[in-house]
Ligand binder design. Sequence first.
Ligand code: HEM
Length: 457
Amino acid sequence: MVRVTANYDDYIHEPSNENLDAIPGDNGLPLVGHTLAFYKDPYAWACKQYQKHGSLVLRTNIWGGKGVTLLGPDLMERVYLDPGRDFSSRMGFMARVGIFFGNSVIMEDFGHHRHQRRILQTAFKNDSLKHYTAEINGIYDRALDEWGKDSDKTILFFSYIKELLLEVAAEVFIGEKDRGEAMRKMNQAFIDCTNGTMYIVPFRFPGNTLDKGLRGRKFLEDKFRALVPIKRAGDGLDMLSHFCREKDEDGEFYTDEEIASQTIFLLFAAHDTTTAAITHTIYYLARHPEIKQRLYEECKAVGKDALDYEDLDAVPYMQQIFLEVQRVRTSTPIVPRRTIRELELNGVKIPAHTMIFTVPRFTHNMPEYWTAPETFDPDRFSPERAEHKQHAFLFHPFGGGAHKCIGMHFSQMEYKCFLYKFMLRYDFESRHEGEPFMQTLPLPKPADLMPIKLIKR
Ligand code: HEM
């Protein structure tokens, strides 16, 4: 499934280096190493190891990917901007999710990456975003009307928003407007595929997580490939239609396989990240009624039913809340790479072909930079305080450099349009039984699925 391009450099054929003895840190527990603690909460793991070893370069001994964790804004800048072309995104993602996302934009480096990223560009231009905004507002209206039947009841907010954003993905990304069996099947295949990326047993046998995931992927691939000629001949404005009509540097259409792979990865990159951002927002607003009230006042003051594309800057406090949620509960808990050659980082020699992990939330909470980092305080992003501006890579929820999130504006539009309509129609109170466990992987969310009482305004 994963194409290995003939003219790629040799580094993609090299096995990963697992000799980490010279890296600061320890090997963790016998047999499992750091696996359990790292996957339970990479941020808590990084804080503990940093305290213990005092190094921003840390040995990481996890199953299926021994490597080095890098922390702090200077190293983030080095990894993301990568001026020496020392880090491979392809090899970072290959080990775990290569079989799911082979040939997509995140799985390519340098020139190959530029070639693949080009396919996405028209779909993320202003005119396209404007069109999606109108479409999304319509979907939200319909869904929020339906949610009304559950007012004064306790609902699991996470399940509601997940389903709603899947509807958005089906319609806006693929152009699938039929809310019946076709959408249900596609959404299920997508859920199986994303769950599949979290497989523990790395072998496929009928019905296990990996098998279900790969079958989900195959379903999506077949579906998207079959749509290519139809979309290419049509004038659709959904993202898949844009990809089908896009041409490469030589004026050629992208292959069906490339289009299908990009679309599958795009669904993955877009969906859980934004679902997590909205769910955590509800979590923090429920805990901070004064912040919720201020946001409600801001929404009311705009004086419209919906935020149009031109209105997205009219809710600056909502923007600060979005950023603060990304700081405290970053939607992408780990971003991987692999070294291409030997490097020295903070005085530590890191061999070639070593897996690298970055844990953005660590840098987003460093007390050297952030005022009371454990406090949820959206005003730290106000123009007066602007704590995030102390260093270009102190705050990097969307990454940076060549692979910087192409959906950065889309996700904020999706977030703001939802929150705006939701705040105007509903108030809510949390209904946790005790303090919920805040899960990090496979996707950050309150493990109790965020129960709230929905109250009609
Ligand atoms: C809160 C929401 C989101 C967050 C926090 C987020 C975060 C990120 C991060 C950190 C990266 C960089 C990964 C790396 O360097 O390895 C990334 C890449 C990417 N994101 Fe997002 N993302 C979000 C939403 C979206 C949405 C809505 C879309 C699409 C509609 C999207 C599409 C992509 C794509 C295609 C890439 C790969 C870009 C490339 O490799 O050139 N993301 N995202």
